[in-house]
Structures are given as structure tokens and as C-alpha cells.
Design a protein around this ligand. Sequence first.
Ligand SMILES: [Mn+2]
Length: 318
Amino acid sequence: MTNKNPTSYDFIGDIHGCHDTLVSLLQALDYQYSDGCYRHERRQAVFVGDFVDRGPHQIEVIDTVRAMVDAGQAHAVMGNHEFNAIAYVTEDKKYGGYLRAHTERNERNHWAFLEAMQASPERYDELLEWFMTLPLWLDLGDVRAVHACWDRDGIAFLKEKYATDGLMTEALLHAASDPENPEFEIVENLLKGKTIKLADGLSYQDSVGVTRHYMRVRWWDADATTYKAAFIGPPAALSHIEDDPIDGDHLIEYGHNEPPLFIGHYWMQGKPTPLSPNIACVDYSIARREIGKLCAYRWDGETELDAQKFVCVPRLEP
Ligand SMILES: [Mn+2]
């Protein structure tokens, strides 16, 4: 039974291979398994990307999500981890090697998925093909989803140049992997969020211990005018971030009258709450063993988002 014109969607955050937790969340949201996938009589799910890497059940997560999408019970958008997985195995026609270099750090970040593919090599091509079907953004009319940032000008550029409504193409994949092209920054914005460079000589350690010279910013927040105020990242790193006014532009305008937007990606912590009246992040750090949880926002058509409408389950994976 496909629900053809739902006005009610459950936006589900980054899963990162945590299949037991995914099932626990779907059950908490009253989805039931029947006829090959999880379904809800009156609602659809929207997954905001980052299905793979980090957790123990890479393939299981994809199979559960894909079955829902195929049955018309869910939508899913691409996360940076799916984009990276494709780029990791795609040869770079211009510079040689692969579009995503096989550096030690990239391999470490991708290890859970690579290991799963070593155990099930027959699935590799098919899973990458599915990643390619995930749109970079999703506009459902009254509500929107993107993994990290709704870059309106970038979306308009891609729509025009690639005649796409969000779908990745071979040409765009290559263009977006070369920093010389405008596509690179646009896809970075959409999937990894807006970043700005710290002042010379400054850096901080991110949540997995990597030294960063760029910081993720609160791109939606016009009140965040200093580096410290705009910083998104581990609280412990804040002492390394200056309180000086931001040099240049860090904002990507998202008007208060635009449809509600759901994003993932930002490793939020604590009690879920919308980022602004019409933007909410549903990523609550599932990959962090001790504090991680998987969150959803139950949307029923409201234009102003409500902190009461998040539903979260704790991480079940050891
Ligand atoms: Mn992400």
C-alpha cells in the first residue's frame, strides 16, 4: 500500500552503519515490517544521508533503507560518505589515481565500508550504483532535505548546467572532484556544509582527532558574526577559535518564509532543538559510542518547527 500524497514525513538522521539502532528508531516511530520493508500507514520517511562508514552493519543499513525507497515508503538523499565512497573507486581522468585519493586518512575514514565490501565483494558495484541514484537535494514542495546546506545559488547552477533536479551524473561527479571547478565548492556546500578558513597559523582538532585549518560554520545564522559564534565542532576546540569578526562571507541565506529544511551531518549533541524556526538538524552523533543517538523529526506540515517533535533512540551498537 503506497501512500501517494503524504503530508507527513519523518526525517531521519545520519545512520553510519548502525542498523540495530535504525530498526529501533523505525519501531519507535510505529513503522512495521511487512511485504519486504518497513512501512507506516500514513507517513513516509526521508533519510538525510550518511548511511555508511563507522558502524558495524554497513550493508544491512543500505538494504533496509533501499527497500523502503524502492517500495515508495521513503526518500533518501546523498551524504558526503556516499559521495566519497563513489569518488574513492572512480578513476580520475585528469590527474590519474582516484577522484578521492587513497590516503591513509581517507582509508581510515572509509574502513568499515571497505571491510564490508571485502567480505561481500559481489555487492560492491550494486551498492555504488545505488549511491549514484541518491539526489544531492530533495525539494518536496512544502518541505526540503539536504545533507548539510541548502546552497540555493549552487542548486540553481547545477539545475541549469546539468539539467538535473538533484541527481548525480558522471560528468558532475568528475567536475565536483576538482577544486578548480565551481561544482567542487557547490557539492562541498551541499554535502559537507559551508566552511571558512581560520586565520593563518590557527587550527583545532575535530571530533576524530584530525587537525583542521577550516571550520564548519553556522551558515544559516546571521547573528553569528565572529569565528567563535559561527563555529560548529567539538566544544573542547572552542578555546582555539578566535572571537574576531569573520573575514569575508560565511552566510548562505535561507529565508524565514522558505519551506522547512531538514539536514544531517553536524554531530549535534544534547537535547534536540531546531537550529532556526524553519531549519532542523537530525544528526545526533550516532557514531559516538557513549553519547550517540539516532534522531528523527516528525513533520506534519508545520511551517515553524517544534522541539517537541524530535524522536530519538540511544545507540544500540556496542
Ligand atoms: Mn555527513
